[in-house]
Design a protein around this ligand. Structure first.
Ligand code: RP5
Length: 163
């Protein structure tokens, strides 16, 4: 099956964060693709990617970037697909710069913004599963199973002194 979720990031240096998105999509069995697309280093590629995404069959785009993180917003400007933004933890400002760059979209062009770093990367995959789960019941079921496993893990070992 061709990719349903496109995972893009501004640099290869973002992969250590966005790999958590890919891992969770893999765990849920959701077909996805991963690509470096930089808003400032490869702007023409970004426009092409965003403009063609829907026709290529993507349902959701997850865009991760750090610092002056304009990738998710620019991507959202060129597609009607849902864009989920993952702020990458930057070395200078710990990702607060990335978060504020992504979250403060002016009214009219939304980016669904996740938490900084690994938590946001994982949750972006889970949110994508939620979104496409309406169309693909198998991914809705995979998401429900993941959530149940998470619950069972906590309930089966609630003693914080035990590993
Ligand atoms: C952003 O600049 C990228 O998303 C990355 O988080 C940050 C630094 O990129 P590199 O200089 O490591 O390539 O565009």
């Amino acid at each position: 099956m061709s990719a349903l979720v496109g995972v893009i990031m501004g640099s290869k240096s973002d992969w250590s964060t966005l790999s958590h998105t890919a891992d969770m999509l893999e765990k849920l069995g959701i077909p996805h693709e991963v690509t470096v697309v930089s808003a400032h280093r490869t702007p023409d590629l970004l426009f092409q990617y965003a403009e063609q995404a829907e026709a290529r069959g993507l349902r959701v785009i997850i865009a991760g970037a750090g610092g002056a993180a304009h990738l998710p917003g620019m991507c959202a400007a060129k597609t009607h697909l849902p864009v989920l933004g993952v702020p990458v933890q930057s070395s200078m400002l710990s990702g607060v710069d990335s978060l504020l760059s992504i979250v403060q979209m002016p009214a009219g062009v939304p980016v669904a913004t996740l938490a900084i770093g690994k938590a946001g990367a994982v949750n972006a995959a889970l949110l994508a599963a939620s979104i496409i789960g309406h169309e693909f019941p198998e991914y809705h079921a995979a998401l429900k199973q993941f959530r149940q496993e998470q619950t069972d893990t906590v309930l089966s070992n609630p003693d914080p002194r035990e590993a």
